[in-house]
Design a protein around this ligand. Structure first.
Ligand SMILES: O=P(O)(O)OC[C@H]1O[C@H](OP(=O)(O)OP(=O)(O)O)[C@H](O)[C@@H]1O
Length: 190
């Protein structure tokens, strides 16, 4: 019996991609289907955040010293809140919304209908862990990483609930010096 991880249904794209990879991998994330018909117990959210934070700390011990978590609108919001709660760290959300605020870090989500995303209130020297619900190509987090660095900030790692390992995200982010830590994966084992 494979380990079942609590992954509330934050993104329709996760559900769409459950057909990727061997059945044993699907069983590990099948819990994400629970929320399509049944209400999700809040313990699932708490558990997902706690498990993911333990994995982040195992790979990036200095993650505890970051200034905040930076999550992505929209699917990344709930995992960011649950991870921040587990970590005891503050969080910010990068919004798909242009607001009349100075100094926004603008980055691109290539596949989205609204491609422009804005991280507000980023200051030089700030360190952060990036958070999203599911990572497919990794191109969104790669562009965010580059733009944050241009602004003088320092992303140190990325955390997600589900990584599709067929799309090269791990290698793309590793090339940028960003370890990608996933609660679970779909697709082939790395
Ligand atoms: O690894 P990538 O290929 O860059 O894709 C990852 C992004 O795709 C999803 O967002 P999406 O816009 O599909 O949904 P959302 O707005 O509901 O978060 C997901 O939440 C990530 O932000």
């Amino acid at each position: 019996m494979p380990e079942t991880l609590a992954v509330p249904p934050f993104s329709a794209r996760i559900v769409e991609r459950l057909g990727v990879g061997p059945a044993s991998r699907r069983e590990r994330v099948i819990h994400s289907l629970d929320g399509l018909e049944d209400a999700v117990h809040p313990d699932a959210l708490t558990s997902a955040g706690a498990q993911l934070w333990q994995r982040v700390l195992a790979e990036v011990p200095d993650a505890l010293s970051v200034d905040f978590l930076l999550g992505l609108d929209a699917g990344g919001i709930l995992p960011t809140v649950s991870l921040a709660s587990a970590a005891g760290l503050p969080y910010k959300i990068a919004w798909k919304l242009r607001l009349p605020l100075d100094g926004a870090v603008r980055f691109t989500e290539p596949h989205a209908m609204r491609t422009d995303v804005f991280a507000y209130g980023i200051a030089p020297g700030q360190r952060m862990v990036l958070v999203d619900d599911e990572i497919t190509t990794g191109r969104t987090l790669a562009d965010l990483t580059r733009r944050l660095r241009e602004a003088g900030a320092a992303p140190v790692a990325a955390a997600c609930l589900v990584e599709d390992t067929t799309q090269g995200a791990h290698a793309l982010l590793a090339d940028l010096g960003i370890p990608l830590i996933a609660l679970t994966t779909i697709g082939e084992e790395r």
